[in-house]
Design a protein around this ligand. Sequence first.
Ligand SMILES: C[S@@+](CC[C@H](N)C(=O)[O-])C[C@H]1O[C@@H](n2cnc3c(N)ncnc32)[C@H](O)[C@@H]1O
Length: 392
Amino acid sequence: MSARVVLKRSIKRRIAFGHPWIYDNEIEKADSVEGGCIVDVLTNSGQFLGRGYYNPDSSIRVRLLTRRNCSIDTDFFAQKLKRSLAMKSSLLRYGNALRVTFGEADGLPGLIVDKFSDWLVVQFNTLGIGVLKNEIIEALIATLKPKGIFEKSEGISLTKEGLESKEGWLFGNGPELLPFSLNGVTFFADTKGQKTGFFLDQRDNAEKLSKYANGRNVLDVFSYTGNFSFHCLSQGASRATLVDSSERALSVARETAEINGFISRCEFVRANAFDYLREESLAGHSLVIVDPPAMAKSPSSKKSALRGYKELNLRVIKKAVSGSLLASSSCTQIISEDDWMRTINDAFHDSKKVGIVSFRGGQPLDHPEVSSIFETRYLKFCLFRVFELCDF
Ligand SMILES: C[S@@+](CC[C@H](N)C(=O)[O-])C[C@H]1O[C@@H](n2cnc3c(N)ncnc32)[C@H](O)[C@@H]1O
């Protein structure tokens, strides 16, 4: 029998309606168990509410894995993986890469699994999901039959759980750069790069943006390995300039350009994006992409993040010629789409320009947003056509 955690009398609606997190202050009493153990969560009157894993050192004490009274074993994970794949596999028509599991949004808190062709890159972002690693690896092998599974657990959520970064092959092996295809372009997931090696969440936005790129000179600021640039070049963009502070990301971008035959149309600039946008004229570019990393993790830094978004977009809008395009994105979860759009509108006002929205994007099918878990909604994307007030 699993150890038990009993909730306070008034259960938060959040928990009742599907959110998997149970905070320390929502618990009436708990059996004494080690971090990472499986526990049963009961209502105050003793009703079974779900089963999950426990961390006594985190303010999120329990993350529920299921609302059923079932074993948490290899078969349990295989069933969850199959359900996610059934929902998402239509994306495999557009390439051979997919976010198989997006943590809480796929009912597996703390677990990220990206498929890049025959390889998987996995993040175990919590203590409890790490304890279940063997069962998860077995389920991944049985369900997806990969050539290799690479662990790349890192980031702030890991630190919050008292864990250290981990990197290495857990099963089979593969090259350092994992080749895969997306919308007809060959990309690499860099096992020594950022996050899982590639930002699959921008797959739809990059594909849609590419339809506006024909004949344009692209400036891809915060390019990482060139997802947006290479989508645009594949759809007729004339040239692309990739700007990033990471030499590693730019060297992978160079290899990507070579393998796709784009290299003669590319320029790679290692620079701080804020300085670059202040110092360069931008005159030659008719499509500018701005996709910075998350700017805030906690509500206390929300204001400064919004200032950052305003500054970045302002620097582009001020210099943009009438009729050029600005593709702007934000992956900061704690900033709402409304606040972000208001901030960009402020930048348009300050520049005495207007932005006509060509399309708004968001998260693709393999990064689902769950109605009862607002934290699963984070990605914002908007393409503006920029005009001087007098030309509008
Ligand atoms: C969200 S990722 C961009 C993802 C990319 N657009 C894509 O779709 O693959 C943010 C990128 O910004 C880069 N970066 C972070 N701070 C930077 C800075 N101050 N100046 C330039 N690049 C920076 C990181 O190296 C990373 O490649």
